[in-house]
Design a protein around this ligand. Structure first.
Ligand code: NAD
Length: 456
């Protein structure tokens, strides 16, 4: 996009992971290698002007593939050197491997995976990318074809657990009639923007093209800190005016974020009775509607279920679930509050998907958001809009800094990437789902968790 604003970066909170910093140092690395302690890799993250990949890309074609040439063309247009076969890589390590498996129907045809992919997989560069393209299993009636297509998910998830050096393995399920979103999803998964997305399937379907607008407007709730502030930063970097929403008590921090991203502020308690009407009016009158709404504001009040009082239950359900439900209904009702083709993204959590001790209230609210997304996906698609959820795993924010040390350290290491994500990792996923060309990704829950063992 032309003339993008220069957005200063948020301070990098990696320093909150002292163990990770230690084992990346010389003596720490030696000790970890000798004792078998986890050695979290340094992940490649997006920088403006960065190349898509760190090495050449290889497209591995399985039986019945029809999209290899298209995929290779897209990668070339994105600046990648695409190889016909592994031998052409010479000494170079592979930046990405794309496996075109949408046409595989027979168990015997899967053997080619081992023959073709294994030698290439050994050659992936640090923070390399493996993307497996499959069909959508539900579209197959032949039992063997469906079994094979479903089996590829187990394959990709297992390969993700074997990958080293920050390499990720993800799966794109290509639905009949998949549109522009396939290219956009492929580029996202190959790029450094998806640093903490690992072991995940994403369904790409047909999607209505989004009308272009001179100025795109995004609203982020809970934008004063953590993931919300990072969403504001990344959305601003991708050309949005960001309306930064948070409670009045967070006023100074909110103003600092809004200034940094050249956005604006709105002091709003998302649980207030008049919050839906105030937000809808603000967006309709001041901005001619929002293109992107990120329901990010969230709270925790962790207690064992038997010790959970009504206040802790109501606070969590009120902010995390009831507010997104009410705000969304208010925005949909008020003509002009949402721009044509608007994208909604809800911040769920892997604890909502997996369940977590001491978090019955939180997990109810975060799984509830998945229900909201599932219920609204079709009606919103009929209006040319889309709604998705992003489910972060362990992310280094003030919320996780407040955890007791042992669960915090377990949360950090219990994933294929052996570290917590950064707020920017979640924000990159949110910003990708908010892109006009991600149309066709709808009603999905995208985990940004480094392939956490929780609920995988
Ligand atoms: N940090 C993680 O590891 C993690 C993991 C999974 C999901 N999440 C989810 O991501 C979202 C952001 O998490 P975070 O760690 O950045 O949280 P955070 O606590 O750092 O920030 C939350 C923000 O929401 C705001 N907020 C709270 N109640 C509000 C209200 N009633 N109205 C308006 N704003 C309100 C707060 O003032 C704060 O600025 C939350 O929904 C959280 O549940 C976080």
């Amino acid at each position: 996009m032309p003339n993008l604003p220069k957005v200063p970066k948020l301070p990098n909170p990696l320093g909150q992971d002292p163990y990770g910093a230690f084992v990346r140092s010389g003596p720490g690395a030696l000790l970890a290698a000798r004792t078998g302690l986890p050695r979290p890799p340094r992940l490649r993250r997006f920088e403006p002007g960065q190349e898509l990949l760190t090495g050449p890309a290889l497209v591995v074609e399985l039986a019945g593939a029809t999209r290899s040439a298209q995929v290779a063309g897209w990668l070339r247009e994105a600046g990648a050197r695409v190889l016909d076969d592994l031998a052409a890589a010479g000494e170079d390590r592979l930046g990405a491997i794309v496996v075109e498996a949408t046409g595989v129907r027979r168990v015997a045809e899967l053997a080619a995976l081992r023959e073709q992919l294994a030698p290439a997989f050994k050659r992936t560069a640090p923070s390399g990318r493996v993307v497996v393209l499959t069909g959508v299993p539900q579209e197959f009636t032949d039992p063997e074809a469906r079994a094979v297509q479903r089996g590829l998910e187990g394959f990709a998830r297992s390969l993700g657990k074997e990958a080293r050096g920050g390499t990720t393995v993800n799966l794109l399920r290509v639905a009949t009639g998949a549109g522009t979103a396939l290219r956009s999803a492929l580029e996202f998964l190959c790029s450094a923007r998806s640093a903490f997305v690992d072991g995940q399937p994403i369904v790409v379907g047909p999607g209505a093209p989004v009308p272009a607008r001179e100025r795109r407007v995004a609203v982020v709730t809970g934008a004063a800190q953590g993931i919300g502030a990072a969403c504001a930063e990344v959305l601003a970097r991708s050309g949005h005016h960001v309306v930064c929403v948070d409670v009045a008590a967070a006023g100074e921090r909110l103003a600092a974020v809004a200034n940094r991203v050249h956005g604006s502020t709105l002091h709003l308690d998302v649980t207030a009775d008049d919050a839906p009407a105030r937000l809808a009016d603000h967006l309709a009158v001041r901005f001619d509607g929002a293109d992107v709404v990120v329901h990010n504001a969230g709270v925790t009040r962790d207690r064992s279920f038997v010790n959970l009082d009504a206040a802790a239950w109501d606070a969590v359900l009120g902010v995390n679930l009831l507010a997104p439900l009410r705000l969304t209904a208010g925005l949909l009702e008020r003509g002009g509050a949402l721009a044509p083709g608007a994208r909604l993204v809800c911040l769920s959590s892997i604890n909502g998907l997996a369940g977590a001790k001491g978090q019955t209230n939180y997990a109810t609210s975060k799984a509830g958001l998945v229900g909201l997304v599932e219920a609204l996906a079709v009606p919103l698609a009929e209006r040319g809009m889309a709604v998705n959820a992003v489910a972060p795993g362990f992310v280094e924010t003030p919320m996780t800094a407040a955890m007791p040390p042992v669960p915090r350290e377990v949360g950090r290491r219990a994933s294929s990437l052996q570290q917590g994500g950064l707020p920017v990792d979640v924000a990159e996923a949110v910003a990708w789902l908010a892109q006009p060309d991600a149309a066709g990704v709808d009603g999905q829950v995208l985990r940004v968790c480094g392939q956490s063992v929780l609920g995988a």
